[in-house]
Design a protein around this ligand. Sequence first.
Ligand SMILES: Cc1ncc(C[n+]2csc(CCOP(=O)(O)OP(=O)(O)O)c2C)c(N)n1
Ligand SMILES: [Mg+2]
Length: 505
Amino acid sequence: MFDACHQDGIRIVDVRHEQTAGYAAEGWARLTRTLGVAAVTAGPGVTNSVSPIAQASFNGAPVLVLGGRAPMFRWGQGSLQEIDHVPFVAPLAESATVTDPSRIGAEVLAAARAALTPPRGPAFLDFPLDVLFSTAEVAAVEPEDPGRHDPDAAAIEGVAHLIDESARPVFIAGSNVWMDRAEGRLRDLAEAAQLPVFMNGGGRGCLPADHELAFARSRSQALRDADLVIVAGAPLDFRLGFGNFGPDANVVHLDSSPELIASHVDLAAAVGGPLDMVLGALAEVVSHTDDRKEWLDHLRATEAAKSDTAQAELRSVSRPIHPLRVYGELVPLLDRDAVVIGDGGDFVSYAGREVPSYEGGRWLDPGPFGCLGCGPGYAMAARLAHPNSQVVLLYGDGAIGFAGMELEALVRHKLPVTCIVGNNGIWGLEKHPMHALYGYDVAAELQPGIRYDLMMEAFGGTGELVEDPDDLGPALKRALDAGEPYLVNVITDPAVAYPRSAVLA
Ligand SMILES: Cc1ncc(C[n+]2csc(CCOP(=O)(O)OP(=O)(O)O)c2C)c(N)n1
Ligand SMILES: [Mg+2]
């Protein structure tokens, strides 16, 4: 495989641990909306890839993982790393072993198509050593176009009618709005029907954060007061209260394919089809209205009040540094097309609240599988996909432990990424809830004050330690301007807990 890439001029980006190969492929898939590919060795290479395969599955990311495999002709005799991967990968991904050398091309293409066809997700193939080293006559294979069908007109009319009748609608745009290239149609629909739009996970930036119909902080209130909630391109999972909204709310679910439509919620309507077509069709048939002004003003007032409340903490002068002060300093330094990646607990939750996205495909977090350690793979993908944008990796000090060695891969491949560690010396998202529940905590401490900046220096990048809030802005600016891998190690206050109960309310 490597030889073929080498011969054909396909860039190979190698990493320290297979999890990072998987996350880089997943990050690439989610940022570029094209296939991400990871190649890993047999046995432990595949077991180390299981978390990213699961994360890609949860995120509906089109990823193809290619694994080695012990030779077929000796199967059962105890070759090195002889294990059948398919049974433990199959619950997470379409998976198969390629046993016929003449079928390699066709099976790779079929797996790629399966990954890219909604419901998107990971696909896995492994190749026994003897199959890869055999030769065969192979006819050239061409990818087929799976085709697209117009959404059902009656279903579209039904949803449009619910929108027309609603006084307090809410529109939630999730990852598949972005993956289906529907962000332009989302804007058409929102503007035509004057819908307040909240963006979820990979849907962030589908409407720019400063668009007059883009909302964020008033979400729980909006969902409580709405008479119609339309969720597009996101599952009705824990992030959306499992689809239980206010008592008066009609719920509509739109997603890329019928398999993705929720079955645990009593839906007023649903459409499963490519969201660019679905939202485009809705934009054409909804009534154009200005009647929603009062509702929009009401939500905007809540947004303004919540934004005011955050100001004091964004400017906090306390020492150790308040984690929000990091974002108070960072956000004004970010370009509109900066890619921001979160890998951590509370530190990243604050970023989710305070870092705006102005374009789709510019925010990456682990999503509902929530696996820590994905950061460096995602950052690698972002840097390769967007060579001229700022790429910022926000790291909890717990999270950096999972794949911190990959900082070396960033340096070696000359991939300038600005890493910012919120170094509170604890697993904050575990410690604070434990404390709230039991009045004490266990297994939630980390060594305080670890010099992650020196770790980056040891690998050949640049690091800085920041303990004084006044040093933050200049350090972050140096890091963003450096054009090389850079790590700003910020000692933050372990006593500050993200107000989680407020989020759940
Ligand atoms: C692989 C993995 N292990 C454990 C967890 C559970 N977990 C979620 S957040 C968190 C704490 C993260 O701590 P840190 O990165 O230091 O961020 P902080 O909350 O302190 O800001 C843990 C352990 C997880 N999500 N993924
Ligand atoms: Mg921490």
